[in-house]
Write a protein that binds this ligand. Sequence first.
Ligand SMILES: Cc1ncc(COP(=O)(O)O)c(C=O)c1O
Length: 408
Amino acid sequence: MTNDISVFNTVPQAPPDVIFSLTAGYKADTDPNKVNVGVGAFRTDDLKPYVLPVVKKADTILFNNADLDHEYLPIAGTPSYTKAAARLILGENSPAIHENRVAAVQTISGTGSIHTGATFLSQFYKKSKKCYISKPTWANHRNVFALVGFEVEEYPYWNGEKRGLDYEAMLNTMREAPEGSIFILHACAHNPTGVDPTREQWQGIAEVMSEKHHFPFFDCAYQGFASGDLDNDAWAVRYFVEQGFELFVAQSFAKNFGLYGERAGNLTIVTKSSEETKRVFSQMEKLQRSEISNPPAYGSRIVDIVLNDPALYAEWKENLKYMSNRIIEMRKALFERLTALGTPGTWNHITDQIGMFSFTGLTASQVKVLKEKYHIYMTDNGRISMAGLSTKNIDYFAKAVDDVVRNV
Ligand SMILES: Cc1ncc(COP(=O)(O)O)c(C=O)c1O
């Protein structure tokens, strides 16, 4: 006899994911002028998903490879891929690479990489159970670290009045945090604000983190996509390595390869010695085995081909420039339109910000009217994905923003 009461009867309903429900609302909207500036995926000027030409070439190479089989990949992923990914973020001449202090594990895109790193830290990092995320940040930072048992705290990041980085407040929180806390840092193109520390500010951050023995966990979801220059976008990570930090970097190839669904990621690990690296890597393999057994092959094969072929690599850089330039053009176009309309307020933060997103400063009630009156979809915090704008909808969008800024 089974009991009538379900074993799941105490499971509470979880709230829907904000970003994915925004997209669902947009899809269901039948208005011809609707605009989706919610989702963080690149779109062409025709607002279509973009398959990078270099990815198409790598795909053809894969398709024509008669030797290709569908065996399991090694537990930690394909070495040529993980090595290339680590080289990409740390740089050819990284002291850590030359001293064999780098390990790398292939992960389920950036999210999986953060998860793998966080889970490892929850087991082996003994200095602190506190982990600091920026305020605001990408929602999954809290989700992932809380899931594996960390006490998640926030450090100030965005100063609404200045429409920029709250640098001093950020440093103060770092100074006051317990020794050896974990800090999640966005390597470039901070999501959602689009505001990155300057190089000088990164140096200040590194100084305080070093004094307090904090552990830097970089999230690098936009290398090459932010400025169009892979080295420039990796500067902060490389600077921390040069300063002698041990650190993790979660890399995603979703945005910079346009491989959103393929889930190609990597966790790059820098430690103090090659001997330590070996032990850490062995535990990472053990962890990966219990979580996913082996990583998926298709997306990582494409990235592997491109990163290890000089001609394709050069072509990838051109594809990256096209994407980042389109975003930069849209920033300029929006700024020009709002300035021409005389929209109250200052708008130069739109062109100063970097990467996929802009934190407009629009309020939740303005965002609501934009959706109800203009069929424009964005998150309540006023973040817009620049890739959702195009030469076709920019006038409509700017006029709508002008209206709500004046009247709501
Ligand atoms: C800041 C940040 N980190 C990580 C990711 C990871 O994304 P994915 O798991 O698709 O690689 C994203 C994607 O939006 C992001 O914005």
